[in-house]
Design a protein around this ligand. Structure first.
Ligand SMILES: Cc1cc2nc3c(=O)[nH]c(=O)nc-3n(C[C@H](O)[C@H](O)[C@H](O)COP(=O)(O)O)c2cc1C
Length: 227
């Protein structure tokens, strides 16, 4: 599969089969993650690939809990009847044989402390690029992933579980495994959905979650075109 195909095939997978994924494949995707660009080549990533049968269910359980309580309950303030339906989508997440946990490591102090927030932003950009590369590589091998930012809401239990040192900052976690229903395409949305979305507008938010924005609506040539 070429890179363009893998980029378009990637989707956030929640339902996994328990089939094992050989460590060689996991090493290939980790190396793809490490190939990303970073500010002054600081490479601010630290990866933990977890497949210990004692750790995986605890880690998955932690993420599922934070999804329900932290993301749907607090962040998105989702009505409880919706939360129940949404959480049903996460019921086979704990089947994934591997988890990849990505932390930010402040390897080098690039700039004076007063610029540390800019440096953190740059490092987060690099970590996004790194996890994106890992996910594309996984897709090219027929493996599913999903970006979970929710560990940032409640990092301490995960740090304790995986023995992650204090100075590291957990940024994301992703399951890695074979999906139950591969290859379901999500169509681009209509431009009306794109223009209709505003904060607090829950029906429009639900529509937004259903598919890609039309690429022409969010890309510009030469100068910004007001829609
Ligand atoms: C920074 C970031 C944080 C995310 N956090 C979560 C999360 O905590 N829980 C979750 O279920 N999905 C999370 N996602 C996945 C998105 O919901 C998903 O990527 C998006 O709906 C687009 O779907 P796709 O990945 O299938 O293209 C996150 C994605 C990103 C980039």
């Amino acid at each position: 599969m070429d890179a363009i195909q893998a980029i378009h095939n990637r989707q956030g997978v929640l339902a996994y089969r328990p089939d094992p994924v050989p460590r060689e494949l996991v090493e290939i995707v980790l190396r793809a993650g490490c190939a990303a660009p970073s500010p002054a080549n600081t490479q601010p990533w630290e990866w933990i690939a977890v497949n210990d049968p004692e750790l995986v269910p605890v880690l998955a359980g932690r993420l599922i809990h934070t999804q329900e309580v932290g993301v749907f309950g607090t962040l998105l303030d989702t009505p409880s009847e919706f939360t129940q339906n949404l959480m049903a989508l996460y019921q086979d997440l704990d089947q994934a044989p591997w988890w990849i946990v990505l932390s930010r490591h402040r390897r080098a102090q690039l700039a004076p402390p007063e610029l540390s927030s800019l440096i953190r932003d740059w490092e987060l950009c690099a970590l996004g690029a790194a996890l994106g590369s890992l996910m594309t590589a996984a897709a090219s091998l027929g493996l599913g992933t999903r970006w979970f930012g929710n560990p940032m809401l409640d990092p301490e239990p995960i740090k304790e579980l995986l023995n992650i040192p204090e100075e590291l900052e957990i940024i994301a976690a992703s399951p890695l495994g074979y999906h139950q229903q591969p290859g379901k395409e999500r169509p681009e949305q209509s431009l009306e959905t794109h223009h209709g979305f505003s904060r607090g507008d829950k029906p429009a938010l639900a529509a937004l979650l259903q598919g890609r924005l039309p690429w022409e609506a969010v890309t510009h040539f030469n100068t910004y075109r007001q829609s």
